[in-house]
Write a protein that binds this ligand. Structure first.
Ligand code: FAD
Length: 542
């Protein structure tokens, strides 16, 4: 058994920030299922929203966030995160983060940070490193990690399930005391124990057929927490990014909203602009409106994609402001200085998740959730662009302060080792790959941008059947990362549908043709999914 003071599952902005902050206070294990830098964070392009200029204000950032969240944000959480944002961003800068600065020098000799503008923001406030902000964040955090004491890194280690005292049959207060973790290189399942376990596992874009997310985004943290009996909230609110590159060879490549911030316009295949007719903010309308308008233009015209056009800007400007998008598109034969970019909407961000307070505390003592995996109440029914990196930074800091200040609980439990029992090596891996595709296609066809009750129910019964098949496979065969991820995306699919069926209205990202308006009685109500977690379920798939 591996014993630590803190287990951090995930190595994106949230996990690394937490780990760096607690490293001087105890032994930290970072468990991450691929290599350290493979995280959604690495792929973030647009930047981090924070108030850094006198022409902007906390009040305006709060108001923009609340407006996007469509009546479902927790105002005090929004206030805290927005207020603390600038200090946390400064800490990143102190760690060596290199944000892009303006070309011009102000009268008092300062070169301000260059601030991007994205949909739903009333001011330019998005700090960025050209169009590769996430890569620079990861570089800065990983460099700091190399200098940090007490941290053990477990790459290629996949957290399977949480260990709770209730599951171990302990009569005392139920709390999280560790996790079972698959070492992908040896195929062995190890027991990790700690009084504080932090889920920083990111989102669940891979539940859908089309997504901007990398392969790691399979909703593992939400699925693990749910299996441990922790409340999951607001999973119906998946944000679909309006503009993912549409090309047969391009896998999950996002074309940042910052392009529209700099003047790019959406057009149909005949070259007609269509966003001005849909919303007063036209191409800079909130993402849900843009994604839905593209979806309905595609359905109306039968086209497989729409176009995003920035060719009216000068080539040097485009190449300097968006060097990575320019290069990436060129790899696929698209010169964005001369041609419009083919785009489709794709699953992008999970607004709901494990229910926590603003300090990342879940209702299960010893378990914390920070970053995209958590539902703090910041995003409500729709995330304001570039607020997610901000949430990861602020909430990871607050969770760290919380555990540092808390007296170390005394945990005296004996943890059984994982048992594989009669489980055999998997015989027909085609079952796993087939079910992967089926879950994702089912979610895309029945539970994506525009929903109906009938489609949701159809999706629910398909997912139920698939879950039964996956459960059987899980018990019979030794676990592999692919099988564990399949089990998790199917679990998360069930939670998304369950939440979507509970909400009898259309709000923010959840749009249901059967009830297209707002129901004010649901203005401040979260949808909730919770499973009973009783004693007696011991580890393993025996
Ligand atoms: C293409 C793209 C562009 C984006 N652009 C922006 C932007 O400009 N601004 C913004 O604010 N947000 C943006 N986002 C969203 C933002 O990047 C994410 O919300 C944020 O990075 C999430 O950080 P995180 O630390 O919570 O999770 P992640 O960065 O996703 O990290 C999750 C970590 O958990 C690990 N993990 C998951 N499951 C397990 C398991 N079972 N066992 C072990 N390890 C596990 C993963 O391997 C990974 O290390 C973008 C997202 C994408 C995909």
């Amino acid at each position: 058994m591996k014993q630590f003071d803190y287990i951090v599952v995930g190595s994106g902005i949230a996990g690394l920030t937490f780990a760096l902050k607690v490293a001087r206070h105890g032994r930290v294990a970072i468990v991450t299922k691929k290599n350290l830098s493979e995280a959604n964070t690495q792929y973030a392009q647009g930047g981090i929203a924070a108030v850094t200029k006198p022409t902007d204000s906390i009040e305006l950032h709060v108001a923009d966030t609340l407006r996007a969240g469509a009546g479902l944000c927790r105002e005090e959480v929004v206030q805290t995160i927005v207020e603390e944002g600038p200090d946390r961003v400064q800490e990143l800068i102190d760690l060596g983060m290199d944000f892009t600065r303006e070309e011009t020098i102000s009268t008092d000799g300062e070169r301000f940070y260059s601030l991007g503008k994205e949909g739903g923001h009333s001011k330019r406030r998005v700090l960025h490193t050209k169009d590769a902000t996430g890569r620079e964040i990861m570089r800065a955090l990983l460099a700091a990690l190399e200098r940090a004491p007490n941290v053990s890194v477990f790459e290629d280690h996949f957290a399977i399930d949480l260990i709770t005292t209730a599951k171990l049959g302990d009569e005392k207060e139920n709390r999280c005391v560790g996790a079972y973790v698959l070492d992908r290189n040896t195929g062995k399942v190890e027991t990790f124990s700690a009084p504080h376990v932090v889920l920083a596992t990111g989102g669940s874009g891979k539940v859908y057929l089309y997504t901007t997310n990398p392969d790691i985004a399979t909703g593992d943290g939400v699925a693990m927490a749910y299996r441990a009996g922790v409340t999951i909230a607001n999973m119906e609110f998946t944000q679909f990014h309006p503009t993912c590159l549409y090309h047969p060879q391009a896998k999950s490549y996002l074309v940042s909203e910052a392009l529209r911030g700099e003047g790019a316009v959406l057009k149909d295949l005949a070259g007609n602009e269509f966003m001005a007719a849909a919303h007063p903010l036209a191409d800079l309308a909130p993402r849900d409106i843009v994604a839905r308008t593209i979806d309905s233009e595609m359905k109306r015209s039968g086209a497989g994609n729409m176009h995003l056009d920035i060719t009216h800007k000068s080539a040097p400007f485009i190449m300097d402001r968006f060097p990575n998008i320019y290069r990436k598109c060129l790899e696929f034969g698209i010169d964005i200085t001369k041609q419009a970019i083919p785009v489709v909407p794709a699953a992008h961000y999970q607004c709901g998740g494990v229910k926590t307070d603003v300090d990342g505390c879940t209702e299960l003592p010893g378990l914390y959730a920070v970053g995209e995996v958590a539902s703090t109440g910041l995003h409500g029914a729709n995330r304001l662009a570039s607020n997610s990196l901000l949430e990861g930074l602020v909430c990871a800091h607050r969770a760290a302060q919380c555990v540092i200040n808390e007296p170390q609980p005394d945990i005296e439990v004996s943890m059984p080792l994982w048992q594989s029992g009669q489980a055999e090596d998997p015989d027909e891996l085609v079952v796993v790959s087939h079910n992967w595709d089926e879950v994702r296609r089912c979610m895309w066809d029945y539970v994506s941008i525009v929903r109906t009750r009938k489609r949701l129910l159809r999706g629910q019964s398909r997912i139920e059947n698939l879950r039964e098949e996956i459960r059987q496979y899980y018990w019979d065969f030794k676990v592999t990362a692919d099988l564990l991820e399949l089990r998790n995306i199917a679990q998360v699919a069930e939670l998304i549908i369950g939440c979507a069926l509970q909400r009898p209205e259309s709000r923010g990202l959840h749009y249901n043709l059967d009830c297209p308006g707002l129901d004010e009685t649901w203005a401040h109500r979260d949808t909730i999914m919770q499973r009973e977690s009783g004693p007696g379920v011991v580890a393993g798939n025996a």
